[in-house]
Design a protein around this ligand. Structure first.
Ligand code: ADP
Ligand code: MG
Length: 303
C-alpha cells in the first residue's frame, strides 16, 4: 500500500477541517481527490506530506508513519503544493539544484538528474530562463520537476491544473498521466472531466468527510435508480406499444421518432428493445445508454 490514511481528524483552533477520514491508495494508482473549496483537500495533502501534523489518527506512506518516520516519508513523497510556490528570481536549473540540495542529493548526482528532469517535463526551451519569466504552464512544469527530482514513489499534486489555459491543461494532464505510469499519484481538483481523463479512482470529500470512493465508472451509475436509453426508430411508434416491453418503466417521445426509455433497477433494456423492434418490423437507427454526468454526481454528493 502506498498511502494508508486511518481515522484522520484535523482541527484548526475551533474549526474541524477533517473528520475521521480513512482511505488507501495502492501502488501505481492515480487517484483524483475531489471536493468543493474548503472541503479539506489541501489539509489532507499537507498531512500526508508531513507539512502539518494531524490532530488525531494516523497516516503511513510506503509503510512509514508521517509523524514517527517523517524523514523516510519525505524521501518517498514528491509534493506540488497549491499555488505552486516558486522562487521567481531563481533560474530554472538553479532552483532545481536548490531543491535537490534540500533532498541531500550530491552535485554529481544532480548534474545528471537535472537535465533528465528538464527533458522529461518538457522544459528544454525554457531551461535557461528565470522562473518569473515563464508562463503559468511552464511554471507548473518546474513545480512537477521539483516534486520529482528525488525520484519519489508517491506524488501529491494539489490542484496542479488550476488556472491553466486549455492547451496547457492538456499538456500538464498528459504529463501527469505519463508520470503516473511509474508512480502512485494523488491529485486534487474540482474539475470532474479531469478525473475522468486521468484517474483510476476518485475520492470525493465534502466538509471534511469522505462521501465517495469509487472508480469513475461506478460513480456514474451511483444514486440512479433507473437506466435511461435513447433510441431512434425509422418509423413512428405508439407509446402504448412501447409500454408492453418487458422491464420498461417509462417512455418519452423526445423528437420525431426518438424516445427516451427508462428501465428500473439498472436493468439494461437494450437487447430487449432491439428484439422488440425487429419483431415489430422497425429499424433501430441509433441506440445508446444515457450516462449520468460526473458533474451531476458531484453536485448530489456535495450539496
Ligand atoms: P480545500 O483545499 O479543499 O479547499 P482546505 O484544506 O484548504 O480545503 O481547508 C479546509 C477548511 O479548513 C476550510 O474551512 C479552511 O478555511 C480551514 N483552514 C485551512 N487552513 C487553515 C488554517 N491554517 N487555519 C484555520 N483554518 C484553516
Ligand atoms: Mg486547497
Amino acid at each position: 500500500m502506498s498511502i494508508k490514511v486511518t481515522d484522520i481528524s484535523k482541527v484548526y483552533g475551533t474549526q474541524k477541517a477533517l473528520n475521521k477520514v480513512s482511505f488507501e491508495v495502492s501502488n501505481g494508482e492515480i487517484i483524483g481527490f475531489l471536493g468543493p473549496n474548503g472541503a479539506g483537500k489541501s489539509t489532507m495533502m499537507k498531512i500526508i506530506t508531513c507539512f502539518i501534523p494531524q490532530t488525531e489518527g494516523s497516516v503511513s506512506v510506503c509503510g512509514y508513519d508521517v509523524v514517527e518516520q517523517s524523514i523516510e516519508v519525505r524521501k518517498n513523497v514528491g509534493y506540488l503544493p497549491e499555488h505552486n510556490p516558486l522562487y521567481l528570481d531563481m533560474y530554472v536549473k538553479e532552483y532545481l539544484h536548490f531543491i535537490g540540495g534540500l533532498h541531500k542529493m550530491s552535485n554529481n548526482k544532480l548534474s545528471k538528474r537535472i537535465p533528465e528532469m528538464i527533458s522529461s517535463v518538457g522544459l528544454q526551451m525554457e531551461q535557461n530562463k528565470k522562473i518569473g519569466a515563464l508562463s503559468k504552464g511552464y511554471k507548473q512544469r518546474v513545480g512537477l520537476a521539483q516534486a520529482l527530482i528525488h525520484n519519489p514513489n508517491v506524488l501529491i499534486l494539489d490542484e496542479p491544473t488550476t488556472g491553466l489555459d486549455p492547451n496547457q491543461l492538456t499538456e500538464i494532464r498528459e504529463l501527469i498521466r505519463s508520470v503516473g505510469k511509474e508512480k502512485t499519484v494523488m491529485l486534487s481538483t474540482h474539475i470532474m472531466q479531469e478525473v475522468k481523463a486521468i484517474c483510476d479512482r476518485v475520492i470525493i470529500i465534502n466538509k471534511g468527510e469522505i462521501v465517495a470512493n469509487e472508480t469513475t465508472a461506478v460513480l456514474q451509475q451511483q444514486g440512479r435508480s433507473e437506466t435511461i436509453v435513447i433510441v431512434e426508430f425509422d418509423k413512428a411508434v405508439r407509446v402504448d406499444d412501447l409500454k408492453n416491453i418487458e422491464g420498461l418503466l417509462s417512455a418519452q417521445n423526445t423528437s420525431e421518432n426518438t424516445w427516451k426509455i427508462a428501465s428500473a433497477d439498472g436493468k439494461d433494456i437494450r437487447s430487449t428493445l432491439f428484439n422488440w423492434a425487429v419483431a415489430n418490423n422497425l429499424s433501430v437507427l441509433t441506440m445508446q445508454r444515457e450516462e449520468q454526468s460526473l458533474e451531476d454526481v458531484f453536485q448530489k454528493l456535495t450539496k
